[in-house]
Design a protein around this ligand. Sequence first.
Ligand SMILES: [Zn+2]
Length: 129
Amino acid sequence: MSDLKYCQGPKCHTYDTKDRKKGPKNNKRNETRRRSNLYYLNNNACSMQCQADWFDVYGQRALDHFGRITQPKVLTQDNAWRKTYDWRGRSDEGHNHYVYNHLTEERRPITEQQYNNDTTIDDQGRLNI
Ligand SMILES: [Zn+2]
């Protein structure tokens, strides 16, 4: 059985739905949702509403804590690489893997191993081969 965790939406318990209702008749209460999959806010909120509620309360502080973008980030031909492939009809041929620069439109063939390697292109879009 997978682990259950609580929705992180600060107002989750205030939304009146059947599944949030707990307790005996004389002591009814609504509780924060608890699920194995929460889908929103990177698997931390049960709904788009709870995700929005979280951001309303904590978003500003999160930006201040982790640092704001204070100058423009720039996409140049050095960090405009993506991995992709052309689909081939026959499975025994394998796919035609390549890296593609979406600013210069340059294509360079790569192997399937390079395609599956997370370091071929770093998280900033720079080519490492
Ligand atoms: Zn929720």
